[in-house]
Design a protein around this ligand. Structure first.
Ligand SMILES: N[C@@H](CCC(=O)N[C@@H](CS)C(=O)NCC(=O)O)C(=O)O
Length: 217
């Protein structure tokens, strides 16, 4: 038996940021196991035994059960450690929060993942500016309607859904953090920016930032 969960992750990985926030929110102590994405440490034989898809993060629980896919991990953590909850209890509200989180996690992240950007650079010979434009394009495509929804939704408050953090804020925060590296123009998103600032002032989010991790460069 391990004495605490092991999080296989990388300081800059936005899907790792998501899981770190949830662990912090729920006060779960964990071992930080860093794998360097740029050095390909997520593709070693050893790590492929942990996550056969070769993606970060993965979490190994004291029982030795291993989970990958950040959203599945967030949902599992919320079921096992329900307080504070990051997904509402009411079925319709749960669906709404999931739908908003997926609007970021499924519509932006997969298009802007490291292996996609590497393919654009190495196989399609896109230069640095081209890659940045690609990255921004998919962010804006989802952020424009997302901002609009937040501005008109009576349920949005200090956070995307009400006044406490949910999986939507977790996904949004991680995405906004990632946007900075690609110089995405964030001037048109006042509500997103205000929620990001609220998150930033929350310890659980702040501690999950790339710069606060042991492998930060
Ligand atoms: N849908 C997965 C995506 C995981 C993922 O793609 N993680 C990125 C880091 S943010 C990764 O490992 N990329 C490695 C690569 O693209 O080669 C999740 O939410 O966990």
């Amino acid at each position: 038996m391990l004495d605490k969960p092991i999080l296989y992750n990388y300081f800059r990985s936005s899907t790792s940021v998501r899981v770190r926030i949830a662990l912090n929110l729920k006060g779960i102590d964990y071992e930080y196991k860093a794998l360097h994405l740029r050095k390909g440490e997520h593709q070693t034989k050893e790590y492929l035994k942990i996550n056969p898809y070769g993606l970060l993060p993965a979490i190994e629980f004291p029982s030795r059960m291993i989970l990958n896919q950040s959203l599945a991990i967030l949902e599992y953590l919320d079921e096992i450690y329900p307080t504070p909850s990051i997904i509402p209890v009411n079925a319709l509200e749960r669906a709404k929060v999931r739908s908003m989180a997926y609007g970021i996690a499924l519509e932006i992240h997969p298009l802007n993942n490291l292996h996609v950007l590497n393919y654009l650079k190495n196989d399609l010979a896109l230069d640095g500016l081209g890659v940045k434009n690609w990255f921004s394009k998919w962010v804006h495509k989802a952020f424009i309607p997302f901002e609009n929804v937040l501005q008109n939704d009576k349920e949005s408050g200090l956070y995307c859904f009400g006044d406490t953090p949910t999986i939507v804020d977790i996904c949004l925060f991680a995405q906004v953090v990632n946007n900075a590296r690609f110089e995405v123009d964030m001037t048109k998103y006042p509500k997103i920016n205000s929620i990001y600032q609220t998150c930033l002032s929350h310890d659980a989010f702040y501690k999950a930032l790339p710069k606060n991790q042991p492998d930060a460069e």
